[in-house]
Design a protein around this ligand. Structure first.
Ligand code: PHE
Length: 359
């Protein structure tokens, strides 16, 4: 092997073996630098006879080109490998559980509110909302409870100071004024569900001065009590996550419905501290309801000779207490972190009918 081809194979082997860019640069300087082995060879061309130069010139120049090209190729390969290594160390495993464990929880009332709205949305109901501070007129008068009517005493009302223009406001005592608001601005068919805060002067283990109700209203040409019963059955089955429920109707009185019906749900309370729905020999009162009083339809601008409807309402806090075994309503509104951690729900589990209401 000639000296030149040995030099070439030595250099190519060294280039191939270079571990990093610094090692490669050292090889480049030793071969192609000012005093490098290949550069020295190139310098010898000047002292050669024309014939010798003609023979050696291309060989030495080819050596220089081969070495330079091998160095450039290796340099690119090293840069790629360095990038790959960096990306590998910086990779984020998105499947790892989040740390630290999330601290905040969803309040049982918010959870139940989401569950209730998911169920009624699936039944084709729209969500309607109204203000906490309500016109006396909407909370009472347009619901067929005129001023000084004895039925007002059924509600322990927080009255607000009278306005200069003579109008008076209350903290709404139920979600039923949302019925009025809806009928005043929307024509039938109406199908709404309205969850929200309500207020009454009352406080003990099962009553809080601020609590939550949900209200349902359906107005159409042919809505009946039978439709109402079916809607409630579907709702309770989905909400309590059981295959069947049994409802018992009791006659009742609300000025804004005629006839008025209260509904009890069959349940089993034979095991202390536990309640199961769908079986058993006990009954639990769950909702007030009835056919919307034609007077209410008329006062809200809906032709009661053409349309009829049903309405129902109940307590959201009460649903939460029953479903999640919470014995006392007062801690619901005390913001005690220990209570919230115990009864709260993960923010990542949104209630849906196909994904599961509660976990
Ligand atoms: N608003 C009534 C209450 O608070 C419940 C109800 C709603 C009754 C709708 C009939 C129809 O007790």
């Amino acid at each position: 092997m000639s000296d030149i081809s040995k030099l070439e194979s030595d250099l190519l082997a060294a280039i191939a073996a270079a571990k990093d860019e610094a090692a490669l640069e050292a090889i480049r300087v030793s071969a192609l630098g000012k005093k490098g082995s290949v550069s020295e060879l190139l310098k010898t061309l000047g002292g050669m006879s024309p014939d010798a130069r003609k023979a050696q010139g291309p060989i030495i120049n080819a050596l220089r080109d081969t070495v330079a090209e091998a160095i450039a190729t290796k340099k690119a390969a090293l840069a790629d490998a360095a990038l790959d290594a960096r990306l590998a160390t910086e990779r984020v495993d998105v499947t790892l559980p989040i740390r630290p464990v999330p601290q905040g929880t969803i309040h049982p009332v918010s959870q139940v509110l989401d569950e209730v709205t998911a169920i009624f949305a699936d039944l084709g109901f729209a969500i309607a909302e109204g203000p906490d501070i309500e016109f006396d007129d909407y909370n009472f008068t347009k619901l067929n409870i005129p001023p000084d009517h004895p039925a007002r005493q059924m509600h322990d009302t927080f009255y607000m100071a009278k306005q200069k223009d003579g109008s008076s406001h209350v903290l709404r005592t139920h979600t039923s004024p949302v019925q009025v608001r809806t009928m005043l601005k929307q024509k039938p068919p109406i199908r709404i569900i309205s969850p929200g805060r309500t207020y009454r002067v009352d406080s003990d283990a099962t009553h809080s001065p601020m609590f939550h109700q949900y209200e349902g209203l359906v107005v159409d040409e042919g809505s009946t009590l039978a439709n109402l019963k079916w809607v409630l059955e579907e709702f309770y089955k989905a909400f309590f996550e059981v295959d069947s429920v049994e409802l018992r109707a009791r006659p009742s009185f609300f000025p804004f419905t005629e006839p008025s019906v209260e509904w009890d749900l069959r349940c089993d309370r034979s095991v202390p501290g536990k309640i199961t729905f769908g079986t058993g020999n006990d009954w639990l009162e769950l909702a007030g309801s009835g056919m919307v009083n034609p007077r209410v339809l008329d006062m809200c601008g809906i032709d009661s000779t053409k349309y009829q409807g049903f309405a129902f309402g109940g307590g959201l806090d009460r649903l939460a207490m029953l479903k999640y075994g919470i014995p006392d309503i007062r801690p619901f509104f005390e913001s005690d972190l220990r209570w919230l951690r115990h009864y709260g729900f993960s923010a990542f589990d949104l209630p849906t009918l196909d994904g599961g209401l509660s976990r």
